[in-house]
Design a protein around this ligand. Structure first.
Ligand SMILES: Nc1ncnc2c1ncn2[C@@H]1O[C@H](COP(=O)(O)OP(=O)(O)OP(=O)(O)O)[C@@H](O)[C@H]1O
Ligand SMILES: [Mg+2]
Length: 236
């Protein structure tokens, strides 16, 4: 299987702080890959560097064999990468539909309507709430809307930052079931999560990030069997 996304020795940070360094990983076409780690490990920083929201200080990022680091975030979106950020980042005073349409990169109406139909099929709740202001949605509905906005661009790679955060278990299940379907339909997924049981349920493989470095990687089965993962992330 060929790598869709490859990070090689990524370093990124804020001011004097080096938040991640020497991060190397790959996401193959069709896979769902988890990046797990506790608070402050550098998960969000890694995703932000991939999306061009944070400069890459060292190392390189490749997508479909072409260099990604150094490009602006809109060029990266145009290459086929969508980012569902931590905290959802919707426009609260705009409707659900308007928020979704902001995610569409196709200028022509027909492709945008097709993408909208796909999102409404995946999340029927969003169709019911189409004209409601995003700020009045429940947390789970807001997460659906944020994922839907990402899918509007029909990405080849969907990056998700803590989609389960703050949501009730039933809502988390619904969202992860939908992500499984999205992945099964051919969209490659890279998922950042603190909810490790859920993340490993969805993902084929995963990486464990601690203090800005990858300390462990493996298949879902090998991570579940790892004494370190069991103790530190699965509470076993
Ligand atoms: N805007 C910022 N300015 C300065 N330091 C930051 C900023 N954002 C994050 N950091 C620091 O960078 C490190 C990595 O943070 P990051 O947000 O990537 O972690 P995370 O793994 O996503 O954590 P969480 O699970 O809490 O979301 C932390 O030490 C954090 O304090
Ligand atoms: Mg984070």
């Amino acid at each position: 299987m060929s790598a869709l996304l490859r990070l090689d020795g990524l370093e990124a940070g804020y001011g004097d702080l080096t938040a991640v360094s020497g991060v190397s990983l790959e996401v193959r076409r069709g896979e769902a890959v988890a990046l797990i780690g506790s608070n402050g490990a550098g998960k969000t920083t890694t995703l932000r560097a991939i999306c061009g929201l944070l400069p890459v200080r060292a190392g390189r990022i490749e997508f479909e064999g072409a260099r990604l680091d150094g490009l602006g975030s809109s060029q990266i979106v145009a290459r086929g990468i969508a980012h569902v950020p931590e905290g959802r980042q919707l426009f609260p005073t705009m409707t659900v539909r308007d928020n979704l349409e902001l995610g569409g990169r196709a200028a022509d109406r027909r492709r945008r309507d097709d993408a909208l139909e796909l999102v409404f099929t995946l999340f029927p709740r969003l169709r019911e709430r189409e004209r409601q202001l995003a700020g009045t949605l429940s947390g789970g509905e807001q997460q659906m809307c944020a994922i839907g906005r990402g899918l509007m661009a029909r990405p080849r790679l969907l990056l998700l930052d803590e989609p389960s955060l703050g949501l009730a278990p039933m809502t988390v299940k619904l969202i992860f079931d939908t992500l499984q379907r999205v992945n099964g339909d051919g969209t490659t997924i890279m998922l950042v999560e603190q909810n490790v049981p859920r993340a490993l349920q969805l993902s084929h493989r995963g990486y464990v990030l601690e203090n800005g470095r990858i300390v462990l990687e493996g298949t879902r089965e090998s991570l579940r069997a790892s004494p370190h993962v069991k103790q530190a992330y699965l509470g076993l």
